[in-house]
Design a protein around this ligand. Structure first.
Ligand code: PLP
Length: 404
């Protein structure tokens, strides 16, 4: 590519160091996230580099998004080729990649149904939320500890008071139940309930596993009362847990499955998959989007799915996940390792996750601290055995130092 003299592609040839970028960030970018931990300029595989030239092993992967790591040639090729062919068309028109992706998702879920494409997790959930309204019922049962997104509808189903309260009143009549409590669910669901929404493993809560049989109980209880069962698989979906979906081993067929994060491997895309009869709840004029399902995003998602299959990344995610759980589980400062595959919570013996996260970053390791006593690890599914060993070593040393 020939650029005129003096023209710089931003992000590739940073003109400033991290401190200067951060100052400019503060002045120009809305302060909804606080200061960035670092300003990043480049990524390759499971590594990223910051504006000061430091290298990191990325165990966060854009919060469970970069399933194939950074700059994976298959995604770059798929996106580039699609953009050179047909980039955006609106939903007055259809494209091959969109139709193929809908078919692939239904095949992976092994059920007939219909897919609505969006651009994010929260939007996938808005589509599902609107679909539930078409049952003629308005009450939703949601779980304590849940996270479903930041738009008004998804926020109404998100339990954290600090996220919700500044924006009330929020839509919907929502009944809250403790996550994993089958009796509470039995109590909460009646003939007025449109849907029960659950994460197969709670992600933002710090990777919280449900008790054995909970998802199956939720299916039984919702079926008894004619309510929909809605799994938010935005974080657990698309291979993250070592199977295509977090609910795969439950033997349950839900009515609604929402997807986003890992689906596009870094290209923004979300999907609301409605199975069986739920597939026709939304009809012409009921919902829409300008960008959702565009050819570039759907081509990226098809490339991600093909690569997960071709490179055996479901099995790899299980193996690397076991390696990490074994390796870190031995550390005296680790009380337990939760989750499945490469969605892992590291429960610390003391609530010092913020210090650990910050020290890990200084040591070249990106981890996340979703709550005071837990770290969350969501590395790319392509994480190698050596990289996982490296991560265990570095994090163990950090735990030794911080929690001595
Ligand atoms: C991240 C997340 C969302 C929201 O996705 P966005 O793309 O940030 O809107 C919804 N549900 C779950 C389970 C998530 O982890």
């Amino acid at each position: 590519m020939n650029l005129p003299d003096g023209v710089v592609i931003h992000g590739r040839e940073p003109r400033a160091g991290g401190a200067e970028w951060t100052e400019r960030y503060r002045a120009a970018v809305m302060n909804t996230f606080g200061d960035p931990q670092r300003v990043l300029v480049r990524g390759e595989g499971c590594r990223v580099w910051d504006a000061d030239g430091n290298r990191y092993l990325d165990l966060l992967a854009g919060i469970a998004v970069n399933a194939l790591g950074h700059a994976h040639p298959v995604i770059v090729e798929a996106v580039t080729r699609q953009l050179q062919t047909l980039g955006h068309i609106s939903n007055f028109f259809a494209s091959g990649p969109q139709i193929e992706l809908a078919e692939r998702l239904l095949a992976l879920l092994d059920a007939p149904g219909r897919v609505f494409f969006a651009n994010s997790g929260t939007e996938a959930n808005e589509a599902a939320f609107k679909a539930t309204r078409r049952t003629g019922r308005t009450t939703i049962v949601a779980a304590e500890g849940s996270f479903h997104g930041r738009t008004m509808g998804a926020l109404a189903l998100t339990s954290k008071a600090a996220y919700r309260e500044p924006f009330e009143p929020l839509p919907g009549e929502v009944r809250w139940v403790p996550y994993g409590d089958e009796d509470a669910l039995t109590e909460a669901v009646d003939e007025t309930v449109a849907a029960v929404i659950l994460e197969p493993i709670q992600g933002e809560a710090g990777v919280v596993d449900p008790p054995e049989g909970y998802l199956a109980a939720a299916r039984r209880i919702t079926a008894e009362h004619g309510a929909l069962l809605w799994f938010d698989e935005v974080q657990t979906g698309m291979g993250r847990t070592g199977s295509w979906f977090g609910h795969d081993n439950s033997g349950v067929r839900p009515d609604l499955v929402t997807l986003a994060k890992g689906l596009g491997g870094g290209i923004p895309i979300g999907a609301c998959v409605a199975l069986g009869d739920a597939g026709t709840l939304l009809g012409p004029g009921h919902h829409g989007t300008t960008f959702g399902g565009n050819p570039v995003a759907t081509a990226a998602a098809l490339a991600v799915i093909a690569t997960i299959e071709d490179e055996g990344l479901l099995e790899a995610a299980r193996n690397r996940g076991d390696q990490i759980a074994d390796g870190l589980g031995r550390h005296p400062r680790v009380a337990a390792v939760t989750g499945a595959g490469l969605l892992r919570g590291v429960v610390l013996t003391e609530p010092r996750s913020a210090e650990v996260q910050s020290a890990a970053l200084d040591a070249g390791l990106i981890v996340n601290a979703p709550r005071p006593d837990r770290l969350r690890l969501t590395p790319p599914l392509i994480l190698s055995e050596d990289e996982a060993a490296d991560a265990i070593r570095t994090l163990s040393t950090v735990l030794d130092e911080v929690m001595a």
